[in-house]
Design a protein around this ligand. Structure first.
Ligand SMILES: NC(=O)C1=CN([C@@H]2O[C@H](COP(=O)(O)OP(=O)(O)OC[C@H]3O[C@@H](n4cnc5c(N)ncnc54)[C@H](OP(=O)(O)O)[C@@H]3O)[C@@H](O)[C@H]2O)C=CC1
Ligand SMILES: CC(=O)[C@@H](O)[C@H](O)COP(=O)(O)O
Ligand SMILES: [Mn+2]
Length: 375
């Protein structure tokens, strides 16, 4: 199996390399033919040294040819790398809506993609799955809750209810009147997972869960009323599927992204190995969502199914999180910005007929919010 990884220098990319090291020891037959990065040149070189992929790419920065690896540089270099590498499987681990084009190219050239880039589903909606059908490419979700749902639904009737869980994020026990002054460091201190900065902040606001509700809606072709969210603080329950006969199936495991990553590569086999959780020390406890604390999640349910507003929701969050990380806005202004962008663009007559329209709207939303805060 020829494998390529986009966003190889990030959290998911790094864990994908861990999985490949493990699979290599299990004599799983693969070749890492292509890797892509954004701006982390030194990390990319380290990976090239260890794995000697035929092709690599770096979107931002300069890098010479390295050993036998041909390296593409600059705009759309990830796309060029994928075209040359011609992999059978692509793990799309790019962060942000910039990953949409990576997903589309991966769909065009590979037989299967492990899709971590949830933005592709949130913004692409049904268009993305129609595109995958046109190219006869399998999409296996890597997002932990959606991998869990994918694993649970196999071999059974259509679920009448799904539940995805949330940890509650780093600020889950902070008094609401203190949220206005939290620091970036406070928000990045996730109680369970070690992830990239944006998704960690999205976990605290529950924009991540909002994105995941949208992701589940399209991935599993669900009705809004059949999608539920509960807090499971230790993130040992990743998802639950309920059936009309009242039976519920739980996906329970130690929080570890290497499981969904490995599963997307080896499905239908399970080759990854890990220890069992301690059922005594790790009790199964759920809590309801407090929409006062997490208004972003309520907003996601309100726009669910409206592709234009889903694109706005994601883009507004992406740029607002960046502005929060830059110290330009407060934590509580992330939600306000998303809400304001949705209010503004909801009134605009914008048609989404193709993927270029998605990217164009994504850019417009980001420009709108940057102007709002800089002018
Ligand atoms: N981390 C996690 O546990 C989970 C992540 N996900 C999803 O997976 C995706 C990646 O998340 P995560 O790994 O946390 O993010 P990170 O921020 O850790 O990594 C993002 C990756 O994307 C690369 N990248 C950014 N911009 C570009 C670009 N223009 N061209 C090429 N590469 C680019 C970065 O490169 P560089 O660093 O070199 O700039 C980096 O390798 C997201 O969609 C996220 O929602 C889903 C579930 C869990
Ligand atoms: C590991 C993973 O899938 C992340 O999406 C995780 O779920 C984020 O934490 P929250 O569940 O708190 O959003
Ligand atoms: Mn998730």
């Amino acid at each position: 199996m020829k494998i390529a990884i986009t966003g190889v220098t990030g959290s998911i990319g790094t864990q994908t390399l861990d999985v490949l090291r493990f699979l290599k020891k299990k004599n799983f037959n693969f070749e890492l033919v292509g890797i892509s990065a954004g701006k982390n040149k030194n990390r990319l070189i380290e990976i090239i040294k260890e794995f000697s992929p035929k092709y690599a790419s770096l979107e931002f920065g300069e890098i010479e040819k390295f050993n036998e690896t041909q390296i593409f540089i600059g705009k759309d270099s990830t796309i060029k790398m994928l075209e040359k590498a011609d992999p059978d499987f692509v793990l799309v681990a790019t962060g942000g809506s910039v990953g949409i084009k990576h997903t589309l190219k991966a769909i065009e050239i590979a037989k299967r993609i492990g899709l971590a880039n949830k933005e592709s589903i949130v913004c692409g909606g049904d268009m993305l799955f129609e595109y995958a059908k046109k190219y006869n490419t399998e999409i296996i979700p890597v997002d932990s809750e959606h991998s869990a749902l994918f694993q649970l639904e196999k071999g059974d009737v259509k679920p009448s209810k799904i539940i995805i869980t949330a940890s509650g994020g780093a600020l889950r026990d902070w008094p609401l009147n203190k949220l206005n002054n939290v620091t970036v460091k406070d928000v990045l201190n996730h109680p369970v997972w070690s992830m990239g900065k944006r998704i960690t902040i999205d976990s605290a606001t529950m924009v991540n869960k909002g994105l995941e509700v949208i992701e589940a809606y399209y991935l599993f072709n669900l009705k809004k009323e059949n999608i539920n969210v509960l807090i499971n603080r230790n993130s040992h329950i990743h998802a639950i599927i309920g059936y009309p006969d009242g039976v519920m199936k739980f996906h329970y495991g130690i929080p570890d992204m290497k499981n969904p990553i490995a599963y997307s590569i080896t499905y239908p086999d399970r080759l990854y190995e890990y220890k069992y959780p301690d059922l005594i020390l790790e009790p199964i406890i759920f809590e309801k969502i407090d929409y006062n604390r997490y208004p972003s999640l309520k907003l996601a349910f309100d726009i669910l199914g409206n592709q234009k507003l889903q694109i706005v929701y994601n883009a507004a969050d992406e740029i607002s999180v960046q502005m929060f990380l830059n110290g330009e806005i407060r934590y509580t202004e992330i939600y306000k910005s998303i809400y304001q962008a949705i209010e503004y663009f909801d009134k605009k007559r914008i048609q989404i007929n193709n993927f270029d329209d998605i990217i164009s709207l994504d850019n417009k939303v980001k420009e709108y919010l940057i102007n709002l805060y800089t002018l």
